[in-house]
Ligand binder design. Structure first.
Ligand code: ASP
Ligand code: MG
Length: 402
């Protein structure tokens, strides 16, 4: 049986016309001889009736402090509604289908509500449905604990459901249908000449996602990488080829493409701590252990005897501010920075990438406050007002528009 997984995002399901297009993609797969398993997200965005953020708002209007267990139970409803709506649309088109919750699809997790880890998948019902010639339509983003509690997998977690189900049933590939035509060299809202990439590696797509690009949940790409299942990212609204994510092509990529894409993260806060005694590193040591105790991760760390600086995710701003105040650190918090990153599997061991970055930013008189790098990514901290200019300069120096 040639099984595949087709996942449809919330912006592909929030109108009757769009759902007709979704049905066309499922029909096409069936005609080509595949057995599709469908995974869906909650319909639409904040303000639309069944979107995840709308559901959260419904409860927080009554009680701001809803507990995580009930919040998960509430959020899981959005995806369940999608399954039922899509099943009715499929049946109208003459395709037999069955709606399944994450629990019914056999996705077992731990009890970390809001960010649950998948422990095991028992896809018996999914496989049985396929054998009966019906299409399983599974609610993404959710699972169940061994003792029956409903959990969610973290925001954007429907992609994770698609990958984990694909792994469990031995799918040939995963298709992620969305409102963009594929993975792009940059955010087209900021870089006009951004292009769709025809092939990227799992690592590259994970890095792009970590560094701010909203293409696919990195966890979904990691699972697919481990299981060697190719992913195709495509638009629901046309028949374009989209982007293929796999680990082949790497040699070819290395040869002709040091950089794959540029991206940026705005949701960061820059913190600088000035120690009482400038020759001691004790301040840095203390602050990092305090943050670790509070489960706060730091990035862009720079420890010098006269100052320790780093960035945190802006969701932790208040918490970190309180910790630093409580311990009487002499510090500054700034919100006017952005992390701009250049990503490419082909840059590993290749000289001159950093030189080009500095050249491009210098030419535009964009000051670099700090840098970090890994095998596949180089990031620079720049002023937020320079974000667009920086992305465009980097995009063109690496000829990503060609
Ligand atoms: N509906 C969930 C969210 O908004 C999961 C997803 O869309 O992937 O985060
Ligand atoms: Mg999503």
């Amino acid at each position: 049986m040639k099984k595949i997984v087709q996942k449809f995002g919330g912006s592909s399901l929030n109108s009757a016309e769009k759902r007709e297009m979704v049905v066309k993609h499922i029909e096409k797969a069936i005609k080509m001889g595949y057995k599709p398993v469908v995974v869906v997200s909650a319909m639409g965005r904040l303000g639309e009736p069944y979107a995840t953020d709308t559901l959260i708002e419904v409860a927080s209007e009554i009680n701001k402090g809803i507990d995580n267990r009930e919040k998960d139970l509430l959020m899981s409803c959005g995806e369940i509604i999608s399954t039922i709506v899509l099943v009715q649309t499929l049946k109208k088109a003459g395709i037999e289908a069955i709606a399944l919750t994450g629990a019914q699809a056999g996705i077992y997790t731990d009890d970390s509500f809001g960010e649950a880890e998948i422990i095991r998948v028992v896809p018996d019902k999914v496989n049985k449905t396929l054998k009966e010639g019906k299409i399983p339509v599974i609610a993404g983003f959710q699972g169940i604990t061994e003792d029956g509690e409903i959990t969610t997998l973290g925001r954007g977690g429907s992609d994770t459901t698609a990958s984990i189900i694909a792994a469990a049933i031995g799918a040939l590939y995963i298709e992620i249908y969305t409102d963009v035509a594929g993975v792009m060299t940059a955010d087209p809202a900021l870089v006009e000449s951004a292009r769709i990439l025809d092939v990227v590696t799992y690592n590259e797509v994970c890095e792009l996602a970590y560094q701010g690009a909203r293409v696919i949940h990195p966890r979904a790409a990691e699972i697919a990488m481990k299981e060697r299942i190719p992913i195709k990212i495509k638009s629901t609204f046309n028949d374009g080829p989209g982007t293929l994510i796999n680990s082949n092509g790497m040699r070819k990529i290395k040869g002709d493409r040091p950089v794959t894409g540029v991206t940026s993260r705005r949701n960061i806060v820059f913190i600088k701590i000035i120690p009482e005694n400038p020759v001691e590193y004790a301040t840095g040591l203390l602050v990092f252990s305090l943050l670790a105790e509070n489960d706060i991760s730091v990035d862009f760390i720079n420890i010098r005897s006269e100052a320790t600086s780093f960035i945190i995710d802006s969701k932790n701003r208040e918490k970190v501010d309180a910790i630093l105040q409580e311990h009487n650190f002499n510090y500054k918090i700034r919100d006017d920075f952005v992390k701009v990153s250049v990503v490419g599997g082909g840059m590993t061991g290749r000289p001159g990438v950093m030189a080009k970055i500095v050249e491009a930013l210098n030419k535009e008189k964009i000051k670099i406050y700090q840098t970090t790098d890994s095998h596949t990514t180089i990031s620079c901290l720049v002023k937020r007002e320079k974000e667009k200019e920086a992305l465009n300069a980097l995009h063109s120096i690496f000829e990503l528009n060609l």
